[in-house]
Design a protein around this ligand. Structure first.
Ligand code: 5RP
Length: 236
């Protein structure tokens, strides 16, 4: 499965492969979104095929739901299960406290709902996602389309009041149109370079009218499985 993969894909595969060892028969699982999570769905499907593993999945995006169904992973809606045993998902960055930036794949809203409603969240990532301080990756914030320019101005004002020095905010585009999330919302990417107080920023952003959710995952992740280009994994 991995012979012809680039080192980065080998790292993602290695983390994904290891993460499905945490899955037990009968579990209700949150299935993340992104290229690393897609490897996890493939590895999970392999265990279902080879071992007869029985699980129920809740997908965090239409992309993940499509892939899972195609590979024979049973998918139900979040409201069919209400609570989950385990969520496995990728991340754009993780820090030493296992706080995360997520949303590079525009699925942060469903990802946060699903991860928060899980007994445990495992993040799978290549080693390049590990940072001493969050913020080099632009922070995704999901906003409703109505009045998005006003919401953007309020976010900029808030960043100013928090003394954030670098505060470039950009509407995420998909070709020449604003990218729409699965929920029909827009994404604003906040290029902050470094986030001094992620907990405070996460709380303050969610107070702004028009903001639906932000990509800071604070105290949600329990374990990070880090993959390397040579196939080695570290669990933290
Ligand atoms: C999607 C996400 C992804 O988990 C994150 O962007 C990482 O993606 P990848 O595994 O492709 O690097 O948060 O909203």
């Amino acid at each position: 499965m991995t012979a012809e993969l680039s080192p980065i894909d080998k790292a993602k595969y290695a983390a994904a492969r290891k993460s499905v060892d945490f899955v037990e028969n009968g579990m209700k699982l949150g299935l993340g979104t992104g290229s690393t999570a897609a490897w996890m769905v493939r590895c999970l499907a392999e265990r279902i095929r080879n071992e007869g593993l029985k699980v129920t999945g809740v997908a965090t995006s239409s992309r993940t739901a499509d892939l899972a169904r195609e590979l024979g992973v049973p998918i139900v809606g979040m409201d069919d299960v209400k609570w989950l045993d385990l969520t496995i998902d990728g991340a754009d960055e993780f820090d030493p406290n296992l706080n995360l930036i997520k949303g590079g794949g525009a699925a942060l809203l469903q990802e946060k709902i699903v991860a928060t409603a899980s007994d445990r969240m495992i993040v799978i990532a290549d080693a390049a996602k590990e940072v001493a301080q969050l913020g080099a990756f632009p922070l995704p914030v999901e906003v409703v389309p109505f009045g998005w320019r006003t919401t953007m101005a309020l976010i900029e004002e808030t960043l100013y009041s928090l003394d954030v020095l670098n505060r470039e905010v950009a509407l995420r585009m998909d070709e020449s149109r604003p990218l729409k999330t699965d929920e029909g919302n827009f994404i604003l990417d906040l290029n902050l370079r470094r986030i001094g107080n992620p907990r405070q920023l996460a709380l303050v952003l969610n107070q702004i009218p028009g903001v639906v959710e932000n990509g800071l995952f604070i105290d949600i992740c329990d374990i990070v499985v880090i993959g390397n280009g040579d196939g080695r994994v570290t669990v933290r």
